[in-house]
Ligand binder design. Sequence first.
Ligand code: HEM
Length: 145
Amino acid sequence: MFKMLHSGWAYITLIIVIFAVVNAIMGLTSKREFKDSKDLRISLFALIVSHIQLIIGLIAYFVSAQFAFVLDNGMGAAMKEPDIRLFVIEHPLMMILAITIITIGFSKHKKQTTDSGKFKTIALYYGVALIFMLSRIPWSQWLSF
Ligand code: HEM
């Protein structure tokens, strides 16, 4: 159940993070005002949605077949299997890093005093986090259903 939830929530997470990045880039290039009622809400929504994905991911991790493999065969054996290594180390680490960067970006953008500074901070931090996320999504497994 958690695997399904994690898989479905990933669509929402990616869509809202992409939306937040595009909105920040557009705000920056059009030099418009940063509105808390719209722009802060979009970045806050992306923060909340990705934190929920982190919690679901952590639960999915401990009930996954890949984690059971580690318990049965040890970390050394898991590292030798690329498919298992992806889910045991690479995917979780990269995603935790991405969500940490989003969290730092959100808190830093609030300290910015100019509209462009706020947009720039969101575009940069959320953009880097998005690249990290996209780099370690198990695309073939996810989209094969
Ligand atoms: C923004 C963050 C994240 C995104 C977008 C994401 C996305 C995904 C996607 C698309 C899948 C494939 C699902 C499928 O095969 O249908 C997956 C699998 C998985 N993810 Fe994440 N994930 C994130 C964070 C995490 C975190 C933080 C952890 C663990 C600490 C985690 C653990 C796992 C595990 C264990 C699987 C494999 C489940 C299985 O095959 O049994 N994920 N994730």
